[in-house]
Design a protein around this ligand. Structure first.
Ligand SMILES: Cc1cc2nc3c(=O)[nH]c(=O)nc-3n(C[C@H](O)[C@H](O)[C@H](O)COP(=O)(O)OP(=O)(O)OC[C@H]3O[C@@H](n4cnc5c(N)ncnc54)[C@H](O)[C@@H]3O)c2cc1C
Length: 411
């Protein structure tokens, strides 16, 4: 007789888990309180959905800074290329962009969620618009789930309720509570891929300013731990933008370590080239006040801050600027430092770091080591990755592993 499998959560991981269990012959029910499946999936990649990364196991693991080892088995059986083949078989043509990021050719995340939904229907997965509020258990095994409209009795339950980020999409942390009630440890929840709050007020002064093509280095207790190029944005509380979100994933110990960012405002020029550029500008503006000599070099909004920071009196004539002062300005242009106080709350993060403790989950099957018949998939688990399609890849691979294993559970 086929197993009855209940999947809680109709996001990326839950849809994949339901499809996988149904493909293995299980009778599957998928619970999702939102009107539509994949509400978060539909806003991924700014609505384009960076669905995976065109990578094999080792490369995927290198992009999971936290508990990557736990994913070895799931990734070995379903890596980025398997995910690509899976979606192309569902009729979604894909393309590979910078950093091996994979997107649908249409640039429409809806094409990914739509394809998954069609597959669910084809496999006769029954979809209920309900919220799970509890698990029913008997003799150390899960027997079903309670919903606001009654109890559903099943042989296996897959929890795929996501993290606590962007709660308006439905991921409000229910699954963590259900897992904890089942006896699981939930490690502290924090944001990763998240805007950063500054210490001091320099960013507030610059709020609204967006810088493209800048370098960004992350310092942990004054040791450089990461460097990258791209775009960042100053906000009233600190910094955001793609470069900052990626950098934040490296800043994991705010409780015991000090973090600082250094922006290289002129990454295309080495120090010698930048010095020659400064000399040329200073020649052009030789008779101007120093505060009026940076117009060709920097965005307007940044000039007063740079003038103040570099310590050259604003009304000093440019022809009087000494070599030492110029060198100080040059250092500032290459190493504009911002002290970071904290990351923004998990709700504002792209992904949640922390979740159901991995040592309490079998990495081959995603089954709970505490409660028989209970499985986990996706962001609910204490794993998180860098940007590049790796977080969705975690959802696909763990969903696939949990779905297959739940369908095969022996009584
Ligand atoms: C703005 C944004 C952009 C992103 N872009 C990318 C990207 O381009 N590439 C990438 O790899 N990752 C991206 N991510 C991360 C990625 O979206 C998540 O890691 C992924 O969606 C996690 O999938 P999940 O199925 O585990 O959780 P979710 O997608 O959050 O799904 C969980 C589902 O469970 C449901 N649920 C919750 N509680 C219950 C309950 N009690 N009963 C029933 N159902 C319940 C929720 O309604 C929700 O639909 C992005 C995230 C955000 C916020």
């Amino acid at each position: 007789m086929s197993k009855k499998v209940l999947v809680v959560g109709g996001g990326a991981a839950g849809m994949m888990a339901a499809i996988s269990a149904a493909e293995r012959g299980a009778t599957v029910t998928l619970l999702e309180p939102n009107e539509r499946l994949g509400k978060k999936l539909n806003i991924t990649g700014k609505g384009r959905c960076n669905v995976t990364n065109d990578s094999g196991v080792e490369e995927l693991l290198a992009n999971v800074p936290h508990n990557g080892k736990f994913l070895y088995s799931a990734f070995s059986r379903f890596d980025g290329r398997d995910a690509m083949a899976f979606f192309e078989e569902l009729g979604v043509p894909l393309k590979v962009e910078r950093g091996k990021r994979v997107f649908p050719v249409s640039d429409r995340a809806f094409d990914i969620s739509g394809a998954l939904e069609r597959r669910l229907k084809k496999l006769n997965v029954s979809m209920l618009r309900r919220r799970a509020v509890g698990l029913s258990t008997e003799n150390g095994a899960v027997r079903g789930a309670e919903t606001e409209q009654g109890t559903l009795s099943v042989d296996a339950v897959i929890l795929a309720t996501g993290g606590v980020s962007y709660p308006a999409t439905g991921s409000t942390g229910d699954g963590h509570r259900l897992a904890a009630e089942a006896g699981h440890t939930v490690t502290p929840l924090r944001g990763s891929l998240v805007p950063l709050q500054e210490e001091g007020g320099v960013c507030a002064e610059l709020q609204g300013l967006s810088l493209r093509n800048v370098g960004l280095a992350v310092f942990e207790n004054d040791r450089k731990i990461e460097a990258d190029f791209g775009e960042l944005l100053f906000t009233h509380f600190g910094v955001s933008g793609p470069l900052v979100l990626s950098a934040s994933a490296h800043m994991r110990h705010f409780e015991k370590k000090a973090y600082r960012l250094e922006i290289d405002l002129k990454p295309a020029l080495d120090e010698g080239q930048l010095d020659r550029r400064l000399l040329a500008d200073f020649e052009k503006y030789a008779n101007s006040d120093f505060c009026n000599a940076l117009d060709d070099l920097l965005p307007q909004k940044l000039i007063p801050v740079m003038v103040e920071r570099c310590g050259i009196p604003p009304h000093q004539k440019v022809h009087d600027v000494t070599r030492e002062q110029r060198q100080g300005l040059l250092r500032l242009l290459k190493h504009f430092s911002i002290a970071i106080a904290a990351s923004c709350p998990a709700e504002d993060a792209i992904v949640t770091s922390g979740g159901v403790k991995v040592s309490e989950i079998n990495p081959h099957t995603m089954e709970s080591r505490i409660l028989k018949g209970l499985y986990f998939a996706g962001e609910l688990i204490d794993v998180d990755a860098y940007t590049g399609g790796f977080n969705l890849q975690i959802a696909w691979a763990t969903g696939r592993a949990a779905g297959f294993a739940a369908a095969e559970t022996k009584e």
